[in-house]
Design a binder for this molecule. Structure first.
Ligand SMILES: [Cu+2]
Length: 169
């Protein structure tokens, strides 16, 4: 190797080392689990929520059902948290218009015994909060996502301020 080439390589090496973790991140992003989404056939905002998840890197399998309430009950999500769609990601249930950031955070927390939430079956955004992903509007409202446990109890997971939703538009 001539001295010029050696010098070029020496200059390039730190850049390659810096790039390696970035490449690893990209690979990780593609390994997000598949989301199975149960919704009624005519639900527009369900489709928009699915697109929000796909934009965030998830694969979404859409399943139409004419009896979402029965499906929700069969999956174990209490009626009290009901929204317009119920999704399953591995063992976790996602009810309603939960932002992808909350889902990614919960998946990561549940995968680590040090941060896992005991007894939690999933996360819910009850009702149809204006301004949540899939419910875009010029007049968004604050909304909360809730951690739901098998016994029907819940706790606040993430507060989403309306002005944050506005900033995304
Ligand atoms: Cu909806």
């Amino acid at each position: 190797m001539n001295p010029t080439a050696r010098l070029a390589l020496r200059r390039l090496l730190p850049a390659l080392l810096l790039a390696a973790p970035l490449l690893a991140c990209t690979a990780k992003r593609e390994q997000l689990p598949t989301v199975t989404l149960y919704k009624s056939p005519a639900c527009d905002c369900c489709g928009k929520w699915a697109e929000h998840l796909e934009d965030a890197g998830f694969t979404v399998a859409r399943k139409d059902t004419d009896d979402l309430a029965a499906m929700r009950q069969a999956m174990g999500m209490p009626e009290a948290f009901a929204s317009c769609h119920t999704a399953k990601i591995g063992d976790l249930l996602v009810e309603g218009h939960v932002p992808a950031t909350d889902i990614k955070r919960l998946l990561a927390e549940q995968a680590n015994p040090a941060t896992a939430h005991a007894g939690v079956i999933g996360v819910a955004a009850p009702g149809m909060p204006l301004g949540s992903p899939g419910m875009e509007t010029p007049t968004p409202q604050d909304f909360d996502t809730l951690l739901v446990r098998a016994d029907g109890t819940f706790s606040l997971y993430q507060h989403h301020a309306a002005n944050a939703a506005k900033a995304h538009q």
